[in-house]
Design a protein. Structure first.
Lengths: 146, 146
DNA sequence: TGAATATTTCATGATGTCAAGCAAATCGGT
DNA sequence: ACCGATTTGCTTGACATCATGAAATATTCA
């Protein structure tokens, strides 16, 4: 069994650190091209799929709801998102991407090279192996993707 | 060849997103146990290996040097880091971890379960495969680890 | 009615950028 | 070798974003 100090494990951990760094670089770069911050791009991506109450956005982002207020404020100011009342519960405000917001989110997804470029060098079989290893690494506790 | 929309590639990208999220959770949690922010923990980790000029810390963090000033200020206030003059160049200030800082950095590394826990389920052979796939994913452009 | 929920506001702090400033090193022309 | 101009390293200040926590408000639920 591997201890945490064996060279192979250490190298894998280093590589994962490099993947994390690379992921953020790409994400922030793509966001910046649309004058968005990473957090704004992430929320816009969520809302481009479906409107969400503020509270649920906070859960997805793992942050306080009061924080989400500001992020949505800034997206709303730029016309990418709008607040709608929830007909079922008047306490709730649904944040929804506008048409412009959905377009921006699509462009952002397309610009995110992290998906294609680094994986392009791997064959289908290798990608399948990678998928299985990552799945097992993340274990059962990892339901929802980002 | 895989397009960016084939289901396998998409799942791998999702899994990588999950790994990134998990990595940060673990890192920030470990840092918070020592009342450190993620950025502070990262800098302290760097400085526990060797003293660095402010400028080089900024390069490692990919941020402006003026930002590093504040981070080092806060670490210095808590006695984890000290500024020393560089004998070779009097413009330069070397940030160095104090004895307390090195101890904190060591405890932090030990508390970082991301290294052991998720990888513990993989055999040596599987870890080797994972290493090779990650290496190829990152390509040649990925010299320095985090 | 009273407790719980959803959102916002306010205060505060960490992190990030950029522009401006100072001190020290380096360069180029004489 | 000298001296002025530029460059380099760091800090400061102003400002925006992101994050937390406490308090206020409105609405729902028991």
């Amino acid at each position: 069994m591997a201890t945490r100090t064996d060279p192979l494990t250490l190298e894998v951990v280093e590589l994962i650190g490099a993947v994390v760094a690379r992921y953020h670089e790409e994400y922030d770069r793509a966001a910046a091209e649309h004058s968005l911050t990473g957090a704004q791009a992430r929320v816009l991506g969520l809302l481009s799929l479906e409107p969400l109450p503020m509270r649920k956005i906070a859960v997805r982002l793992k942050c306080e709801p009061s924080n989400v207020t500001g992020i949505i404020d800034r997206l709303e100011t730029r016309g990418l998102v709008e607040r709608r009342p929830d007909p079922a519960d008047r306490r709730v405000k649904l944040a929804a991407a506008t048409e412009t917001g959905r377009r921006t989110a699509r462009e952002l997804r397309d610009a995110l090279d992290f998906a294609r470029e680094p994986l392009a060098g791997l064959s289908d079989a290798e990608r399948a192996v990678l998928r299985d290893l990552l799945r097992r690494m993340l274990g059962e506790g990892a339901e929802g993707p980002v």
